[in-house]
Design a protein around this ligand. Sequence first.
Ligand SMILES: Nc1nc2c(ncn2[C@@H]2O[C@H](COP(=O)(O)OP(=O)(O)OP(=O)(O)O)[C@@H](O)[C@H]2O)c(=O)[nH]1
Ligand SMILES: [Mg+2]
Length: 487
Amino acid sequence: MSTALEQALDLCDRAVSLAPSRATEIGVVRQRAQGPLRVALAGRVKAGKSTLLNALVGERLAATDAGECTRIVTWFQDGSGYDVQALLSDGSRVAIPFRRVDGALQLQLDGLDADQVTRLEVTWPSARLRSITLIDTPGLASLDDRNSLRTREFLAMGEDRPADADAVIYLMRHLHRADAEFLGAFLDRSVSASSPVNAVAVLARADEIGACRLDAMTSAARIASRYQADPVLRSLCTHVTAMAGLLAETGLTLREDEANALRTLAQTPSAELDAMLLSVDAFCEPASSELTVEMRRALLERLGLYGLRLVVQELVAARAGTATELSRVLLAASGLDALRALIDGHFLPRAQTLKARSALAALRDVARSLAADDPAGARALDAEIERVEAAIPDFAELRTTHLVLSGAVILSAAETAEVELACTPGATDSTRLGIDEGSTAEVRRQAALLAVGRWRTRASDPLNDSATNEVCETMARTFEGIYAAAV
Ligand SMILES: Nc1nc2c(ncn2[C@@H]2O[C@H](COP(=O)(O)OP(=O)(O)OP(=O)(O)O)[C@@H](O)[C@H]2O)c(=O)[nH]1
Ligand SMILES: [Mg+2]
């Protein structure tokens, strides 16, 4: 059987014959579905989105200052050359001049009104962008704020249209009621009639927790697991991880002159050094070090107080000395590996299904716009989309995983583990059944048959609610599929 994505692509081809007047739009949907997974970074103002994006790419591409660029949705995509374009609200495109200053990308939007720019597209050759396109969004502030509006429009929150992103990394500093609302709205609106596993949350700027003390990251990890257990948050996203984007960004882009300055700093007599690291003001006190105040401010910007305390501690203890060693210290503390593991383990295996889902949502939008001038064509397209959606087991499994992992459906620990295994994207049937890899077809058939029986019995429990029944039915059908394939 063909995959969800293949079926979605076939559907695009059929859609062109059903709605020839929309061929260009459908072509865009098809092309997007074939490209990398689109992951948006969203969150409240100054949550650290752009810094985290830079950490994920390993280059300082997204603007983290207060300039115009932070007000515009910006796509960062892989390509063979370096190019920046602005897509304007009238549909035209203009090339944007750019340069790099101290390693940071600076775009020159001279004369361009940010309000006229639908989005910026930065094309940058990068292995990290090969499997995902990262999208930086303006910070969400309040519901009537203009910049928030752009992000809300982009994420299709509160609108009857599909989102431009397949998945979202939501950054929050401390759980704010608005965070849960924003996240909830994204999940409600991004895909029709379902709640997919397409969001993870990051407890961002984690190094600042507890006044940047050296145990900040440990406390942050504890808070993140508490959030992950929170029923409201769990129903919106299934993973929460703590992260200090600034440490990761700087760790990946640390320059030799910065390492030199840090080594000079670490040679300050220890009593003075301790006093300097007490606060930002003390650190910048002109008389306390031979480093210029300008250099000290620059270090603070790149490392934060926690980062400075950490690298100084490692330098003084002679556990690190070179720029490479300092980078390693920063990266290890940052939490970047855990976030990358989440992206690799959670988003990428589902990339095809998530992209197929986005394509179907976009086609549904095409059908909706067609309804005014070609009602019969629109109906035919809608029917075709529905047929394909119902025929793709991956969608049902994605929804089942979400229902179970989010706690909306409560199963026993063994049943939960079974759901997770059976719905693992791309896994072999033996893995999905939880039996030995080398098992014969007969063993797989027997195991699948037992599982079908178990889930059908579970489905007949009169105390089940409808979501639980849906999960049990999906599981039974999944195992029926495995049974039928074991020949
Ligand atoms: N200490 C610390 N500071 C951070 C971290 N991440 C970002 N910052 C700082 O917080 C400020 C805002 O960071 P950005 O990455 O621009 O945040 P943003 O969410 O993109 O901001 P907007 O786009 O303006 O909403 C900058 O001064 C960053 O240096 C972090 O992990 N730790
Ligand atoms: Mg930003």
